[in-house]
Ligand binder design. Structure first.
Ligand SMILES: Cc1cc2nc3c(=O)[nH]c(=O)nc-3n(C[C@H](O)[C@H](O)[C@H](O)COP(=O)(O)OP(=O)(O)OC[C@H]3O[C@@H](n4cnc5c(N)ncnc54)[C@H](O)[C@@H]3O)c2cc1C
Length: 414
């Protein structure tokens, strides 16, 4: 065998698994189709590490928001009615039933709580991920919606610390904002810079001996008699005792021959980075009515949001960017006059039941780590901890979550 471990995909999930593998003494390679780490969905995101906001995409709140926005071409949700999307939506609606959704919420929150704590330790260990733990402020035009959220936080298993801000208090916090009635500040939430995270982790992995093979799309898994022994690429075969598929939505195609049919589609999101203003708040602001997040970084202000279930085209629609800028003006009235530094769109890997697929498969030597949807950055460290624990033969998960609930095997066709 060439390696103990091969990881397919150098996004937030893949590089974290590779770094942890090298720390455990495994000879490790990462095989990545593109030219560098963090060039897929992990390139840009809102950077939130917010256990208080960890929830699956499923749930009737999102179904309602989706229906309300059906006729708005630049609303926060969009769905293209392809046969695959309609199959996905059917499963999604089933998973949105209160009992099923409630369990998924609990799982996501536990995973996110455990993972955020690791993010903090990673930053404390000296990796420069842009980590800052100074809370997240959600703002609302209608205080009734804010009160409903406080009920939810009161019943949250992690009991996050939060404070309710009325209009006057909000005015002190973000004086330039207009038309807002209420805010909720979750004080223990953190954020980081997703691209910096991926690069800091990948750099550390290289120091620990991980080999990166860039510009190397994996064509297929090498398998025989339900044993996976590495990957096949145009440049040749690379073999390993264990292979982990962390290739976001394209993981689906690689896994199909194993009998796993992940109900996963791409959820396209958008990012627009604009010049900073000295009066910008220094913590992320969730603009709830518009479903976008504004995250401040040292050199820019980033707006992120939108969920388009429209296929695998990741091109930027500039009318969409314009709509996001308009939507952000309730908090940043000068937004449209600021210099636009970068625009980007990326494809979140979204599984229909709202939970990721993490863990071993029935194939010996094959694990999966994908499908994290809008939570892949925050969940990267716990995902790595889970796959490594399972490779070492542990049956539980480090977060205490039932491994069956997130197992890729829940999608095996029998
Ligand atoms: C607008 C937006 C905002 C977001 N905000 C947040 C947030 O605040 N907090 C949070 O936690 N998450 C957030 N997310 C989600 C998060 O960014 C993703 O869940 C995460 O980046 C997914 O990481 P990944 O490693 O699974 O996928 P990717 O980063 O896409 O990595 C997968 C890699 O696999 C490679 N690959 C694919 N096929 C092959 C192949 N055949 N061979 C080799 N390599 C292959 C790809 O090139 C890619 O580099 C946001 C996403 C978006 C779009």
């Amino acid at each position: 065998m060439d390696y103990d471990l091969i990881v397919i995909g150098a996004g937030a999930i893949g590089v974290t698994i590779a770094m942890d593998a090298a720390e455990r003494g495994l000879s490790t390679a990462v095989v990545e189709a593109r030219s560098g780490p963090g060039t897929g969905c992990s390139y840009a995101n809102a950077g939130l590490l917010a256990p208080s906001h960890a929830h699956p995409l499923t749930g009737f709140g999102n179904v309602r928001a989706g229906l309300q926005n059906m006729l708005n071409p630049y609303g926060p949700f969009k769905l293209a009615p392809s046969p695959e999307n309609l199959r996905w939506i059917t499963r999604f609606l089933r998973a949105s039933l209160p009992g099923v959704h409630g369990k998924a919420v609990d799982i996501q929150r536990r995973l996110s709580g455990a993972s955020s704590a690791i993010h903090r330790r990673v930053a404390e260990s000296g990796l420069d991920t842009g980590f800052r733990q100074n809370g997240l402020l959600d703002v609302y035009r209608d205080s009734a919606a804010a009160y409903a959220t406080t009920d939810d936080l009161d019943n949250h298993p992690l009991q996050p610390a939060f404070s309710f801000l009325n209009a006057a208090q909000l005015d002190e916090e973000i004086p330039m904002a207009t038309g807002l009635e209420a805010g909720i500040l979750t004080t223990e939430d953190a954020h980081c810079d997703g691209y910096r995270y991926v690069h800091a982790v990948a750099d550390r992995a290289v120091v620990l001996g991980v080999e990166f093979h860039f510009n190397t799309p994996v064509q297929s898994l090498i398998r025989r008699n339900h044993v996976t022994r590495g990957v096949r690429a145009a440049v040749g075969d690379l073999t390993a005792e264990h292979t982990i598929v962390a290739a976001a939505e394209p993981s689906k195609r690689l896994l199909k021959p194993t009998g796993l049919h992940l109900p996963m589609i791409s959820g396209k999101g958008y990012v627009v980075d604009v010049a900073k203003h000295p009066n910008d708040p220094d913590r992320p602001i969730g603009i709830k009515d518009e479903m976008i997040v504004a995250t401040p970084y040292p050199d820019r202000l980033r707006l992120a949001g939108v969920m388009e279930l429209t296929g695998s085209d990741d091109s930027v629609d500039h009318r969409r960017i314009g709509a996001m800028i308009t939507a952000g003006e309730c908090v940043f009235p000068d937004l449209s006059s600021r210099a636009v530094l970068e625009t980007w769109a990326g494809l979140r890997p979204c599984i229909a039941d709202g939970l990721p697929a993490i863990g071993r498969t029935h194939d010996r030597g094959l694990s999966v780590a994908t499908g994290h949807g809008q939570q892949g950055l925050v969940l990267a460290p716990i995902t790595s901890a889970i796959v490594h624990a399972q490779m070492q033969g542990h049956s539980g998960t480090p977060s205490g979550v039932d491994p069956h609930s997130i197992s890729p095997e829940r999608f095996r066709r029998r």
